[in-house]
Design a protein. Structure first.
Length: 160
């Protein structure tokens, strides 16, 4: 019997023992110093991405800061946090494809420096179109696309 790939929505609900806090590996300690890292669950990342209401933005780094504080860890694993943001975006993309309207607004979650994420559903063009439809200006910065003055629109995650 052939196995099928899981949908993003199935991946979103898998916790696999997450969240958990682990000591930083030797390699991570060379880059970040000693401490601990939270390995967040996909649903935690999704929940934070949902806080960006229309006209507002959030960055992966903001999400990582909240997760680290929430779990009393030195940091949130940047790789796992990014993967889980991609899973949340993919789950929302699946729901949109089925005609659902209320989904995680993945297009409002930016990479560091206000950069758009080419791995989100619709790619850079899709994210740009959604952001511009909400009044944001997307501009090229080198080979990247970024939201102009993105800092002005960031959600204040310290407010619950």
């Amino acid at each position: 019997m052939a196995s099928r790939n899981k949908t993003f929505r199935e991946k979103l609900t898998e916790s696999k023992g997450m969240p958990r806090v682990v000591p930083l590996s030797a390699g991570m300690q060379r880059k970040w110093g000693p401490g601990t890292a939270v390995i967040p669950s996909p649903m935690e990342v999704d929940e934070l991405m949902r806080r960006a209401r229309k006209g507002k933005l959030i960055t992966i780094n903001q999400i990582r800061e909240v997760l680290a504080e929430r779990h009393d860890a030195t940091m949130s694993c940047p790789i796992v946090t990014g993967i889980h943001a991609r899973i949340a975006a993919g789950a929302a993309g699946e729901a949109l494809a089925e005609g659902k309207k209320r989904v995680t607004p993945f297009w409002r979650t930016l990479k560091s420096g206000g950069e758009l994420n080419e791995k989100y559903p619709g790619g850079l063009e899709g994210q740009q179109a959604r952001l511009e439809a909400e009044g944001h200006s997307v501009i090229p910065r080198g080979k990247k696309l970024v939201v102009a003055d993105f800092e002005r629109y960031l959600v204040d995650l310290s407010k619950g």
